[in-house]
Design a protein around this ligand. Structure first.
Ligand code: FE
Length: 296
């Protein structure tokens, strides 16, 4: 093999997406970035919402009791707090900078109530699919407060917060072995404290995207640079050995990648299964009050 075969080759931007303003829960204003239209292309990711406001009227009702089955919700607060409670008795207050990783598995009913801190509230919720053999697993909550999220700076002046996966030899807060975590999800929050370039290797079969939430960035490949403005999601092509991102001081973005499950996706609101029959069962079980029972 000659040297050039192992050289870093940056992925290109396949498509840019502008988030859709919408409301969910009890009237919470949010921007839905990754929608149902991208679920196949960005398998195993099902949804990404960016919520945030300095006006409490934009989210006053929060997300009162609602069910989930068949996937995981990953909530990352960058300002303010999220109070959550489920009918199995779990309760927690996710602080600014922390992540809640909830595995809905065979079913939870919970409430999520955003709270301002110093007048602001901002965060993200990512929905990550579970493989068919894990969809009916025991539900689990994990609150990972900010100080438990591995964080470090590169000499270039880039600060990395490693929520899941691994980068530059640092394992993320969630880094499960491949047999338990077939999507091998990478979830990075990248802050450019000064103008810099960043390279992240990515396996070619892993689907990947980035979302810019402060400033703007450029995705750099051999013959192409693509600018990504604020509040844009860039879906990356799969060809290449990784992604190279250049940005000026103050830019902040999420880089998310994972191995696709390549299974049928059947979704009805907060239920995500493989078949229509399983969806009907999910709704029937919810109506029968079978979520959140403590028996396995
Ligand atoms: Fe929820």
């Amino acid at each position: 093999m000659n040297q050039s075969n192992t050289k870093f080759q940056g992925r290109r931007v396949e498509h840019q997406v502008i988030g859709q303003a919408t409301r969910d829960g009890d009237g919470v204003k949010l921007t839905r970035v990754l929608t149902q239209a991208h679920q196949r292309r960005l398998d195993p990711f099902l949804m990404l919402d960016n919520f945030g406001s300095d006006d409490p009227n934009d989210y006053g009702g929060g997300f009162p009791d609602h069910p989930h089955r068949g996937f995981e919700t990953i909530t990352y607060m960058i300002a303010g707090r999220m109070r959550h409670k489920d009918s199995a008795g779990n309760e927690g207050l996710l602080q600014n900078g922390g992540v809640q990783w909830m595995t809905a598995g065979r079913g939870v009913v919970h409430s999520e109530m955003p709270e301002q801190e110093e007048g602001v509230m901002e965060g993200f919720q990512l929905w990550l699919n579970l493989p068919s053999h894990q969809k009916m697993c025991q539900p689990a909550y994990q609150d990972i407060q900010s100080e438990k999220i591995p964080e470090f700076s590169l000499p270039s002046g880039i600060k990395l917060r490693v929520i899941a996966g691994e980068t530059h030899g640092t394992a993320g807060a969630v880094n499960r072995p491949a047999e338990l975590f077939p999507t091998q999800t990478l979830y990075l929050d990248i802050h450019f404290d000064q103008a810099a370039r960043f390279q992240q290797p990515l396996l070619p079969d892993h689907n990947a995207f980035l979302y810019v939430y402060r400033g703007s960035a450029k995705v750099v490949s051999e013959h192409q640079e693509t600018s990504i403005g604020i509040h844009r999601m860039a879906i990356l092509q799969n060809e290449g050995t990784g992604v190279e991102i250049a940005a000026s001081a103050g830019t902040k973005l999420l880089l998310i990648a994972g191995k696709p499950l390549n299974e049928p996706i059947a979704q009805y609101g907060p239920f995500v299964m493989n078949t229509r029959e399983e969806l009907i069962q999910a709704v029937d079980d919810f109506r029968a009050g079978l979520y959140n029972s403590s028996q396995s």
